[in-house]
Design a protein around this ligand. Sequence first.
Ligand SMILES: *Cc1c(COP(=O)(O)O)cnc(C)c1O
Length: 466
Amino acid sequence: MLTPEDYNDPLERAARHARRWIGSVPDRHTGPQATADELAADFGGPLPEEGMPPGEAVDRLAAAAEPGLMAMGSGRFYGWVIGGTLPAAMAADWLVSAWDQNAGLRFATPSVVAAEEAAGRWVLDLLGLPAACDVGFVTGASMANFAGLAAARWRVLERAGWDVGAQGLAGGPRVRVLVGAERHDTVDMALRFLGLGAPEPIGVDDQGRMRPEALEAALAAGTGPVIVCLQAGNIHSGGFDPFGECIATAHRHGAWAHIDGAFGLWAAAAASTRHLMAGAEAADSWATDAHKNLNVPYDCGIAVCRDVPALRTALGMHADYLVHDAHGDHGPGDPFEKVPELSRRARGVPVWAALRSLGRSGVDSLVDGLVRHARDLAKRLGALPGVEVLNDVVFTQVCLGIGSDARTQAVAAELARDGRVWMSASRWRGRPVLRISVANWSSDGADAEIAVAAVQDALAAAGPDS
Ligand SMILES: *Cc1c(COP(=O)(O)O)cnc(C)c1O
């Protein structure tokens, strides 16, 4: 029999370890202090024959993990596009584990489904997307792109008289997929999963935004089923495709328009950046993340689709052993019909908690604060000798030119060694760049101060370009 007391000791220990970890984040070195290979001995070896008390296993885990943890939740972490965790979202995530609901069916797990449906409606409202869209909570924007493009594949082929569900792809009409030359690589990955092959890149401008006339020319040059994949938030420039024109062009040619807005879709939630998303609401599907700008814990992405039958046909299934949603095909639908999984964690519940704790004004301030922080860093770092800001800082991304590949790598390595901030080296438009991404809710003026000092010191340590 389950004895509730058995959970007390491991949970209390876990809470203690979590508090200790969070307490270390404000002052902690941003990088891990051990490699996975070095940590292997503490985690690995043959599985012991005998177990140990659960609380002790939790202690072992926390002790072994401590040196190799990266302070991704730090306000001084500017690598990739990684959000932290809001307090309410983290606590809600613990509850999701405690409740342990398999959140696939409305009938079976109504509490978490109702919370996710409410969170989904709030997300549509905040992002300025049509209220009648389906919302699926997935693992990240990779799977959100997959979900949107799966619906797209089904619909454009259906319009061409081909049922991909029944007939597969072989022998059917070829689906063209047009993407911006600077789309995120996960778009290619999703297309590969879907058997659609490599996409056709469309020319972009100096901020990585799709050129509408290039899209028009590519669409005019071919016939048959077409999907156009646009981007909200270029990972280097933060740039947004011109949605109004691109979507109108796509629709004129009978194409499906999908938007990858892993972090950029959130521009719509702040008054100061909403203009960047103008026209985006006319698309057919959208992908975004909650674990980036919204700062819910990993992992959580959000798939949004206007064409409800297309999404549910592409991703859903019918099984006699399940009790399907009583509203039928026109109702709210079961969660499993809107995502690639059947069994699933209620990962929309931390989204509900994040949004409920912030309120509409709090989400506006969160997004606006990230952009202000990026602009502040760009201004101050761009004023340092030998540093050039290479992008228009319209959102949360800053690309610094600091010299050759070798010097950029040396400065990134020095920053990683120093640990006060984390920034990564990359290449953009043929140039080496030091890339800064602001996605943490807690980044503040003190963090910016530290970042400027750290970059200054790293530039000095790396010396001039040889
Ligand atoms: C992060 C990102 C993705 C992938 O998202 P995951 O959450 O890692 O799956 C896709 N597109 C863009 C623009 C991104 O920034």
